[in-house]
Structure formats: C-alpha cells, structure tokens
Design a binder for this molecule. Sequence first.
Ligand SMILES: C[S@@+](CC[C@H](N)C(=O)[O-])C[C@H]1O[C@@H](n2cnc3c(N)ncnc32)[C@H](O)[C@@H]1O
Length: 234
Amino acid sequence: MSRGGGKPGAGPRALKTRVKKKRGLKSSSRRWLERHLNDPYVHRANAEGMRSRAAYKLAEIDDRHRILAPGMRVIDLGAAPGGWCQVAAARVRSDPENPSVVGIDYLEMDPVPGAAILKMDFLEDAAPARLLALLSGPPDVVLSDMAAPTTGHRRTDHLRTMHLCEVAADFAVGVLRPGGHFLAKTFQGGAETELLSMLKRNFQSVHHVKPPASRGESVELYLLAKGFKGKAGE
Ligand SMILES: C[S@@+](CC[C@H](N)C(=O)[O-])C[C@H]1O[C@@H](n2cnc3c(N)ncnc32)[C@H](O)[C@@H]1O
C-alpha cells in the first residue's frame, strides 16, 4: 500500500447497498451488515489485499505522524487478522526471511510475509519474553490495537480495553529503545489520567489521535506517545 492516498468514501459509493428486512436479521445486525457492505475502507481493503479495514488506521496515523521507517523493529499486540502487521512490515521493509515485525494474538491468523506471529494471550506472564526472543534487539515501536471481546455492557468493555492499553504501555516502557514510539487503542472518556501522566513522564510527546478510518461514531481513539526517553525517565 502506498503512503498517502485520499480518504476513501465521500462520493458516489455512499450507502448504496440495502439489506432487506425480510432476511430475518435483528435490526442491529442489519445495520451492521449495511454499514459493512457500504464501507469504502472495506472495499479498499478487499481491492488492495489488506487483511482488515483497520490497516488504514495505522497507515493514516503513520502518514501523519511518521512512526515507522525502514530498518525499524516493531511489536504488534492484538495482531489478528493481520492488517497492522502488513502495513508495518511494508513500511519498515521487513525481511520475510528474518522478520523485524512480531505480532501476537490469541486468535489464529494466516501468516503475514515479513512478520513473525505468536499465537498467545499477551496477558500471560511468558508473553513479553517470547515476543522479545523473536526480535534481534529492542523494538523501535510498540503497537497495540488490542480490544477485549465485547460483552454488550459498554462500561465493562471500556474497562477491559483500557486495562489492555495499560498493560501494553507498561510493556512498552520496559522494552522500547530510547527514541522509540508507542501507539495504542483506547476509548474516549474514562479514567486514564494515571496512564497519561506515566506516558508523559516517559515520552517526549503524547497525543490522542483519531484517524479518518476510525469511524466517527465510535468512541475508539488512539494514544500516540513519541520519543521514549529511556529507562531513566521512569
Ligand atoms: C481490533 S483487532 C486487531 C486488528 C488488527 N490491528 C488488524 O489490523 O488486523 C483486536 C485484536 O486484539 C486481540 N486481543 C485482545 N486481547 C488480547 C490479548 N490479551 N492477547 C492477545 N491478543 C488480544 C483480539 O483477539 C483481536 O484479534
């Protein structure tokens, strides 16, 4: 996938396919299916061979904030089905014979050229060491798009995903190379003051980013911490 490229979507494609009521779907499922079928990022992902529409979130964040560069080592937490691994592997020019991108997910995923994949729960004690063992040195970038499975109870979903974000941040400050970056999915609102101040102590800059590919109506947001100060900052 090339850098740049316009935002897909606005234009004649907008909401053309309608799912008929008589298909027996609940109205929430019908709305989801309609949105999916009419989503320009889904069409683009299919056309460009990307594993997920989420791939464009990382691509757009990187286009704007320049966190990935050739030669970097990257860890991707919550990697399935592999869109972020694809973008990261392309942008750091990872060698498929000796990948500099490592992804982890407890879900099965198809191999991604240029990425080593660990099928494991990141919350397991052994996960950090297993991830590092697959890289030839400390990572330059830690990415986390981890999201807890939704329960339908908004507050519970929020707290679980925030917990994943905090564990990912602790991991990042423990392993990143000085100057490195951390990008993680979070949610708008909620108690993240402690996490933000920890990141501000450890990184040169901390931003909230909402790439165009992240749906406007979604409370999803990304935390981007750039320029890790090194262990002394802790
Ligand atoms: C939004 S998806 C990631 C999409 C991915 N960035 C892409 O572009 O294809 C979130 C992923 O986080 C994974 N996940 C959630 N909790 C996890 C955990 N504790 N350990 C490993 N993976 C986890 C889920 O299984 C899910 O595949």
